[in-house]
Design a protein around this ligand. Structure first.
Ligand code: GLN
Length: 534
């Protein structure tokens, strides 16, 4: 039977609970435990797929096509746990299924209430993941901040679960903040005390506190926090700001967090360390042999979280090439307004990520043109691939006004257009071409050189496609089709032969990249960019 770790957050949001959860997963895996990770999100959207990136940041996609919170991306990057639709539990999903059951008459005339019906639904969904994966420890992160009205049913559900399972089967970890007050020259513990007090009011007593802090915590402070928050002194864990998120498991290990968790869950296993992570990831992050400058041109550049997996995958490509990747973030509308040279002249590679809607598109097209004409390695992802197809069609193949029907319904040359099935779609939620699909690579392509394998599978999230009616016209001018979906004959990858490294893919390779095993296309892209600067 699986044991559980419930992670809550207090004081403020953005404390990095997701990275903490992922790091705990990493440390437990290193001890030989099989883990599953679940993210509970208290919002009423069924999934974040319909939310604006400004509201939510990146939408992370799983193999089975779930559109999920970006924290699930951290889980996959740090651990080997397999995520699925069930790994993300939103209040929207929970209420939707309870109300559907009510309408069906499943509750046999009872009054349907938050307790027990909503809480039971939450508990059942959590237990289902643990059962399905046959894991030793299930880590459950509760989104939001303790004290929010919305997260109460989730907190009540985990309170009940621990009570039902017993102490050595479930553990509550609370992530909190010790703000530093400059004028007083002190780190304050009061907000933490209040936040833990808030949890106690609803019957949850955390056994471990992870204190986010800019400065080291003194022994005296540890003792004070322990006394007022009812935890052991050794269970006050310092969680300092770190230069790179991949340092976090290492920092927690130094604090003895994995030993502590194992002790509390009554699990005995030898410590084999995390040497592979230290040597393979941290050493190269801390002192890489080289540096490389990559420009990312996108619409949501000002928002840190909008292209999370892209930035991480670029860093992984850097690790694989023993190089630090310096990312220059460029707003595509700025490019439209101020021209390109200013931004792109010393970039060694250009990446255009996914996106929706016409804002900033012409700026991106201009950026692709610049990279193509100046032999700068180019990597287009999803919308980035579609943009590079449009650019090639207009400026190389001479197809006037070529465009995607997403941006111009009347374009004379719709080189990117809706796939048949998408023409029928009415609902916006979960209705794109989503999740893993197969792709077969052309053996002469840069992509094949990167993957070293003919058959690949990658994750998708899009409605529009390369229009096969234009295949001949574009390939006759030097565009090559490097990857095809074998079942539907859909273009998955385009390349330009006569260019050092020009790859556009319809899928999202960034979702499958890890710090200790960079995605082949990111590794190849960074290698080409390093050559470009050499
Ligand atoms: N807007 C494009 C489409 O729907 C690209 C989507 C994306 O980049 N994720 O096909």
């Amino acid at each position: 039977m699986s044991k559980y770790i419930f992670i809550t957050g207090g004081v403020v949001s953005s404390l990095g609970k997701g990275i903490a959860a992922a790091s705990i997963g990493k440390l437990l895996e290193a001890r030989g435990l099989k883990t599953a990770i679940i993210k509970c999100d208290p919002y009423l959207n069924v999934d974040p797929g319909t939310m604006n990136p400004y509201q939510h940041g990146e939408v992370y996609v799983t193999d089975d096509g779930a559109e999920t919170d970006l924290d699930l991306g951290h889980y996959e990057r740090f651990t080997h746990t397999r995520l699925s639709m069930d790994s993300s539990i939103t209040a929207g999903k929970v209420y939707y299924s309870v109300i559907t059951k009510e309408r069906r008459g499943d509750y046999l005339g009872k009054t349907v209430q938050i307790i027990p019906h909503i809480t039971d639904e939450i508990k059942e969904r959590i237990k289902k993941v643990a059962r399905a994966n046959d894991v030793d420890v299930t880590i459950v992160e509760i989104g939001g901040t303790v004290g929010d009205i919305e997260s109460l049913p989730f907190l009540e559900a985990i309170r009940q679960l621990r009570w039902e399972l017993g102490e050595s089967y479930a553990l509550n970890i609370h992530v909190t903040l010790l703000p530093y007050i400059k004028s007083a020259g002190e780190q304050k513990t009061k907000p933490t005390q209040h936040s833990v007090g808030r949890l106690r009011e609803i019957g949850i007593i955390p056994q471990i506190l992870m204190c986010r802090t800019e400065r080291p915590i003194t022994q005296e402070q540890r003792e004070k926090i322990a006394l007022f928050c009812n935890v052991d002194v050794e269970a006050v864990i310092e969680a300092p700001d770190v230069k790179h998120i991949y340092e976090v498991p290492w920092v927690f290990k130094k604090e003895g967090l994995d030993d502590l968790i194992l002790k509390k869950l009554n699990i005995k296993l030898p410590d084999r360390g995390i040497k592979a992570w230290e040597d393979g990831v941290l050493k190269r992050l801390r002192s890489p042999a080289r540096e490389v400058k990559i420009a990312v041109v996108g619409k949501y550049i000002t928002l840190q979280d909008a292209y999370k997996s892209i930035y991480e995958a670029l860093a992984h490509g850097g690790i694989a090439n023993n190089a630090r990747v310096n990312i220059v973030k460029i707003d595509s509308e700025e490019v439209e307004a101020h021209g390109l040279k200013k931004y792109l002249k010393d970039a060694q590679g250009l990446l255009i990520p996914g996106g929706f809607g016409s804002r900033g598109v012409e700026g991106k097209i201009a950026a692709v043109k610049f990279a193509r004409e100046n032999n700068i390695p180019f990597f287009g992802i999803c919308l980035g691939m579609q943009i590079s197809t449009i650019e090639f069609a207009r400026n190389v193949a001479g197809l006037k006004g070529a465009n995607s029907t997403e941006f111009d319904k009347e374009t004379p040359n719709p080189v990117i257009s809706l796939i048949e099935e998408q023409k029928e779609v009415k609902d916006m939620g979960a209705s794109m071409r989503l999740g893993a699909f197969n792709c077969v690579l052309d053996k002469g392509s840069k992509s094949f050189e990167a993957y070293k394998s003919e058959k690949i599978s990658e994750r998708h999230r899009h409605r529009y496609e390369f229009n096969n009616a234009y295949r001949q016209q574009l390939t006759s001018k030097g565009l090559s089709i490097a990857g095809l979906n074998p079942d539907r004959d859909l273009v998955e990858i385009i390349e330009i032969k006569d260019h050092p490294w020009f790859v556009g893919c319809q899928f999202h390779p960034e979702f499958k990249s890890k710090p200790d095993s960079a995605h082949p296309l990111f590794k190849g892209f960074i290698a080409a960019a390093l050559d470009h600067g050499a």
